[in-house]
Design a protein around this ligand. Structure first.
Ligand code: HCA
Ligand code: CU
Length: 381
């Protein structure tokens, strides 16, 4: 799985996040920050949604980004006619095919859906734009219906077909099977979109690529409708483990933190403590046994190299699980060179004693080390 493209949907799916309200200026700021990361595509809210949405598509399409700019529309000629006027590079078209959506949402038959899809796609192509056709709620759609429509669409020619787990019900094995089957009936690229209701979104994205998908939808911090879709950073972390060079050569992962901070502030959330890569404890090592090994060779307990992401490692030492190797390494950092291993062991016992009452912060640990060091050099004179 070493070739993939990222379609970041923070400015479309992300706008469906509970707290999201992006002004034009904010959208531009986010688009530029995403472009700095190097995402391959930036997807924007449908220009048919509102006047502002239409104008925002035009503005962002004219920024001259490296990323291709897409907008996202329902499978309607009405929306398609508006979308082609915005100057975007491509259009992601979607329609619901599950029985739920056909019965309780738009009420259209598969024949009608297929006919409209052909009309919309042919029209978009005639304008020289990239086009993707996707079905909403693909995992609760009839497989025979799905394959039939994708095959028809592939035959008339599209850049991509898409699969969407709109409700977040799919597990990795189901994803593998559906994408694998689809891979065997279409020639075009395959885009996948997974919701994270049960925590499978990134795993599903990874599995989809293994089964032959080519494009993955992400959002910064994983925002989106309900609890969102794969986080851009989390997805990149997943892919980095498989092929570090591919990720580092194609994306600037040091720029992730910036776009996350912009989005977090804008949607009024804090970056979660357990966020991939940039969460405040993502590179903190605590247990004495871990600390010792990390100091000898970080790869022992680190699959991501913090420096690749512009982050730094932190070894926590002021707690009851601490070990003397970590304490010794701190002594060396403070250049308290006259202290021996025996001293480190004694101080470690002292730290454990104190930390059984209350954990110490680094300043308190440092103070303890310096005091010990001063007392020792006083005694020796
Ligand atoms: C929705 C639409 C969508 C579309 C995905 C796609 C979904 O909000 O219901 O076009 O690939 O999750 O189905 O986001
Ligand atoms: Cu979605």
């Amino acid at each position: 799985v070493n070739r993939f493209k990222i379609i970041d949907s923070t400015l479309r799916e992300g706008e469906q996040f509970a707290n999201a309200f992006f002004t034009t200026e904010k959208k531009i700021e986010i688009a530029l920050a995403l472009d700095a990361v190097g995402v391959d595509y930036i997807e924007l809210t449908s220009p048919a949604a509102s006047e502002q949405s239409f104008n925002d598509c035009k503005v962002i399409a004219s920024l001259g980004l490296k990323a291709k700019v897409l907008t996202h529309i329902r499978c309607h000629m009405h929306d398609a006619r508006i979308a082609v006027q915005t100057g975007v590079d491509g259009i992601n078209v979607v329609i619901g095919t599950s029985s739920y959506l056909r019965e309780f949402s738009h009420g259209k038959s598969m024949e009608y859906i297929t006919k409209t899809a052909i009309e919309v796609i042919t029209f978009i192509k005639s304008k020289g734009l990239e086009v993707r056709f996707s079905t909403e709620d693909s995992f609760r759609s009839d497989l025979v219906d799905l394959l039939a429509i994708y095959q028809t669409i592939d035959r008339i020619g599209v850049n991509r077909v898409g699969i969407a787990d709109t409700v977040g019900c799919a597990n990795p094995r189901q994803v593998y099977e559906l994408v694998k089957t689809l891979r065997s009936v279409v020639k075009c690229d395959i885009e996948c979109h997974f919701h994270d209701d049960t925590g499978c979104a990134i795993a599903n994205a990874y599995t989809a690529l293994e089964a032959g998908a080519t494009h993955i939808d992400t959002c910064v911090l994983g925002i989106g409708e309900r609890n969102g879709i794969p986080s851009l950073g989390g997805f990149l972390a997943r892919m980095y483990v498989g092929d570090r060079d591919y990720v580092l050569n194609n994306y600037d992962v040091k720029a992730l933190r910036d776009v996350e901070n912009i989005v977090a502030e804008s949607v009024e959330i804090t970056v979660p403590f357990n966020n991939y890569i940039t969460g405040y404890c993502a590179f903190t090592h605590k247990a004495g046994i871990h600390a010792k090994a990390i100091l000898n060779n970080p790869s022992t307990y680190e699959i991501l190299r913090p420096e690749d992401f512009g982050m730094s490692r932190y070894v926590s030492i002021g707690h009851r699980l601490t070990g003397w190797n970590a304490v010794k390494s701190r002594m060396e950092q403070l250049q308290l060179n006259s202290l021996t291993d025996e001293d480190a062991k004694k101080i470690t016992q002292k730290i454990k004693q104190l930390a059984d009452i209350k954990a110490l912060n680094l300043e308190e640990v440092d103070l303890l080390l310096r005091k010990y060091h001063t007392a020792k050099s006083d005694n020796s004179h």
